[in-house]
Design a protein around this ligand. Structure first.
Ligand code: ADP
Ligand code: MG
Length: 267
């Protein structure tokens, strides 16, 4: 399987080691470590307030860590703002999607980095052609290139946001609660997008407080509780009930590698 190849001596795309950050007196993330391989989906799971978004905001440069190290492709990365993260090929898709509602897909893909003609005018034809190319890869059924994105369905809007992220060569994609506001059909569509990105070798952190949304898509799960990692496991090595036990009780099953937050019990 591709997953096994990904681990055999491969260098992780991302390796976050011993990351900590506190806000006031609260340790939002406490000595957390997680890694991600090319073509892999790692689901970050845990209750609201577990520290998932904060951990991932350290990777995306939105927050500065108090301690720990981040390696990208085996080399220590210096990430202290979102621009740094983008230079390392790290892109984040927030729940809000941050699209410009009143313009079309192509305009959204090139927002702030528009293609220009040699006469210094907007090159709408080139941008639409590029948009068709990247959308064709991600979501071949997408045809609504002339509509403002506000008219699109939730799943279509999601594909525009993802296309914008990967257009500029993201290798590492962070999706924070991507299906929280979507119905079942659109959630399935996001699943298709994730599979397509995997096939292109992109690594994805998928954040969710709901295990059912992500278990089938993930190669591994990493469960957080109270800012700490309870454990990390391949989805083939644990059951959904065991992962629920990790989320709710902090109990690490035999198929998982325990983290600092694993419940310590004497037999
Ligand atoms: N900017 C911030 N200022 C103060 N506290 C924060 C901030 N961001 C997150 N926290 C706190 O950090 C903890 C982890 O939050 P968060 O990472 O959002 O959890 P999750 O994404 O798992 O729901 C919570 O206790 C939250 O209140
Ligand atoms: Mg969150």
């Amino acid at each position: 399987m591709a997953e096994n190849m990904a681990y055999a001596g491969a260098v992780p795309l991302v390796d976050m080691k011993n990351i900590s950050i506190a806000f006031g007196g609260i340790r939002a993330v406490d000595d957390a470590s997680v890694d991600l391989y090319p073509g892999e989906v790692v689901a970050l799971l845990g209750h609201n307030g577990a520290g998932k978004s904060t951990l991932i905001k350290i990777l995306s440069g939105a927050y500065r860590r108090d301690a720990g190290h981040i390696f990208v492709n085996g080399e220590e990365a210096s990430i202290s703002n979102p621009r740094d993260a983008k230079r390392y090929g790290i892109e984040t898709i927030y729940q809000s999607l941050a699209l410009a509602d009143n313009v079309d897909a192509a305009a959204n893909l090139f927002l702030g980095r528009e293609l220009m003609t040699k006469w210094g005018t907007l090159d709408d034809a080139a941008m639409e052609a590029e948009a068709r190319k990247v959308m064709g890869r991600l979501n071949p059924r997408f045809q609504r290139f002339k509509d403002p994105v506000i008219k699109l369905s939730g799943g279509q809007r999601q594909s525009v946001a993802i296309a914008r992220a990967i257009l500029f060569n993201a290798r590492i994609l962070i999706m924070d609660e991507p299906t929280a506001a979507l119905g079942p059909q659109e959630t399935a569509q996001v699943g298709e997008l994730v599979k397509q990105l995997k096939a292109e070798g992109i690594g994805i952190f998928l954040i969710s407080h709901d295990i059912h949304d992500v278990f089938d898509l993930a190669d591994r799960v990493c469960v957080m509780k109270n800012g700490q990692v309870v454990g990390t496991a391949r989805t083939t090595d644990v059951t959904q009930d065991e992962v629920l036990g990790m989320i709710i009780l902090g109990k690490c099953p035999p198929g998982a590698v325990p983290g600092p937050g694993a419940l310590k019990i004497a037999a």
